[in-house]
Design a protein around this ligand. Structure first.
Ligand SMILES: [Zn+2]
Length: 573
């Protein structure tokens, strides 16, 4: 997909993140990515997190020099005081402009059960892209409790991607359950379906939905074959003050027409364009007092939704691009929010509906990460999850010692090739982080020690001659040594300066690599972004980290064969 960084057009593998774009941008200008990543903004001036997902045509701007002030409150005390003094940013009636209303100090919610004051309000706290950051849940719980003491009818919603990003959750025996358990305990009302919700597989996701005390909504997914999921397109929640609040769920699709998850996870489902599905639910505005799109399509797509949808939506609560909306973003009269990722922030949103049914909305970004307080029961739950032996779980047995990073590099390449179903896998030596693994049980922790980076597995279609170009580029980019391989063997003759003079490559059947044949080649996302080599296909992420790929492979193998003395790559002078 095409992404612009500071006016430089880059072609990235589909499924690339903001960090991938930075890697590619710096590699192109011959510089190394700084240890401390620069601050990146989107075209609307919002900060985007390095792990934010990108969509075709996104623009990024690096403005590390510019200091930014965040408007997030330092403490909930400040938060609560200022929550009462909200400004107004958009109204249903004046759809193309928004004006600031006078502060309304009487706006604290009336006690539950008292209906029909001339002006009623709905208060929402939203988070998105939690990515299993369970360690921030105790702080989230404390903030939510504090808000509920002021707004007893507070709605708590997630804009998708609750899953994936923390082995304690992702590798839990009941994959992904810790996050759901914690969301139940904190009292979530609703979640959009994010692309990473599918990472637990159709059966796994179905199981998690059945365990959740809240609903998942998504209007552009259907089907599910043997595993139909209990997902509604929308949900209308009636508040004790009588307000009907409608939420419509929307999910992003990648260039291949499916959400960004491993294709096996979404095989049985039918997906439709979120922007095409949304207008079909416009009638919801007549069945509710407030109509909210709870989306997981990325900020730039949310802007498109606001600009193309016929009038009716009052608010868009978004996710997926990990955008930190810290000032009000109003497009076509519609407020759009998003709160970074991994529970660093949440957004407090207040909607007021006057006697004539006019809706006005306002938002405030709340800093969760720096909260000093926690809810003790939730802390205890998180500690229990962190304490459990997930990472010590034995997934396979090594039948022999591994005594070099080369032997382990071949194992990693074999795992990636199998997980991707590719002809060839290539692994950079710099990505192999241990050089010994004793014979005996192999744990999940061993895999994360071997491969701690969280790079994704990418498959590219490359001709033989493009593979040669890749092998040459990798030589200088990675320690002046050959890539570890699976599916091919290489012999590199180097000159006196240590540069490759001639590379010969054979496939596993002993034939020379065919320059014109197209091979499927698996490698990690770092390699696809950093190596400068000739290739037509930018590749496709499998939305699986290389560590997860290896865990799956080892579980399947059970007994790991001996790699002692294995020699797939040779260097001669
Ligand atoms: Zn996402």
């Amino acid at each position: 997909m095409k992404i612009t960084v500071n006016d430089t057009l880059l072609e990235l593998h589909s499924g690339a993140t903001v960090k991938d774009a930075l890697l590619s941008y710096y590699a192109r200008s011959g510089r190394k990515l700084p240890g401390r990543l620069p601050t990146v903004e989107d075209r609307f001036g919002n900060i985007v997190a390095p792990d934010g997902a990108l969509s075709e045509g996104n623009c990024l701007i690096i403005r590390s020099e510019r200091k930014r002030k965040t408007s997030a409150a330092r403490s909930v005390i400040v938060l609560l005081a200022s929550a009462i003094l909200f400004g107004c940013s958009s109204t249903r009636q004046t759809a193309t402009s928004h004006s600031n209303e006078k502060p309304d100090v009487t706006a604290v919610a009336p006690p539950s059960g008292i209906a029909a004051s001339p002006e009623r309000q709905a208060v929402i706290f939203s988070v998105n892209d939690m990515h299993a950051a369970i360690d921030n849940f105790p702080k989230l719980a404390w903030i939510v409790d504090s808000l509920r003491s002021v707004y007893p009818d507070l709605l708590l919603v997630a804009a998708g991607d609750n899953q994936t990003g923390n082995p304690v959750n992702d590798q839990f025996p009941e994959k992904g359950f810790p996050v759901i358990d914690l969301m139940n305990a904190v009292g979530f009302n609703l979640s959009a379906v994010g692309n990473h919700e599918f990472d637990t597989g159709p059966e796994g996701f179905g199981n998690l939905i059945s365990k959740a005390d809240f609903s998942f909504i998504c209007a552009n997914v259907s089907g599910g074959g043997r595993h139909p999921l209990k997902i509604d397109p929308y949900k209308i929640i009636t508040l004790p003050n009588g307000l009907k609040v409608a939420f419509l769920g929307l999910l992003q699709l990648g260039q291949n027409g499916i959400p960004d998850s491993h294709p096996d996870n979404v095989r049985d489902f039918v997906f439709r364009s979120p922007l095409r599905a949304a207008p079909e639910f416009l009638w919801l505005k007549d069945s509710s007092d407030v109509f909210i799109a709870l989306t997981h399509i990325g900020f730039e797509e949310d802007v498109k939704l606001a600009e193309t949808m016929p009038p009716g939506i009052d608010l868009i609560i978004g996710g997926h691009s990990h955008t930190r909306v810290d000032r009000e973003q109003v497009h076509n009269g519609i407020l759009i929010t998003q709160a970074d990722s991994k529970l660093k922030f949440g957004t407090l949103i207040r909607l007021k509906v006057d006697a004539a049914g006019r809706v006005s909305s306002s938002m405030q970004l709340i800093d969760i990460r720096n909260s000093k307080k926690e809810r003790p029961e939730i802390r205890a739950m998180v500690d229990r999850y962190n304490d459990n032996p997930v990472l010590n779980q034995v997934i396979a047995t090594a039948t022999d010692d591994f005594s070099s990073s080369e032997e382990l590099g071949y194992l990693m390449a074999d795992g990636q090739r199998a997980a991707a179903g590719a002809d060839i896998a290539l692994m950079n030596p710099g990505g192999v982080r241990i050089d010994r693994l004793p014979k005996g049980p192999v744990t999940i922790k061993n895999v994360y020690q071997l491969d701690p980076f969280g790079n994704e597995l990418v498959v590219t279609k490359l001709t033989g001659s493009e593979i040669f170009s890749l092998l040459r580029a990798a030589w200088s980019a990675d320690r002046k040594s050959p890539l570890f391989t699976s599916g091919i063997t290489t012999e590199t003759r180097v000159n006196d300066h240590g540069e490759p003079e001639e590379i010969t490559v054979h496939t596993d059947d002993g034939k020379p690599l065919d320059l014109n044949h197209v091979y499927s080649v698996a490698m990690n996302s770092y390699m696809t972004q950093v190596y400068r080599y000739e290739h037509a296909d930018p590749g496709q992420s499998l939305f699986l980290t290389t560590a997860q790929a290896l865990i799956g492979y080892l579980k399947q193998e059970g007994n790991i064969k001996s790699y002692r003395g294995e020699k797939r790559v040779r260097v001669t002078r």
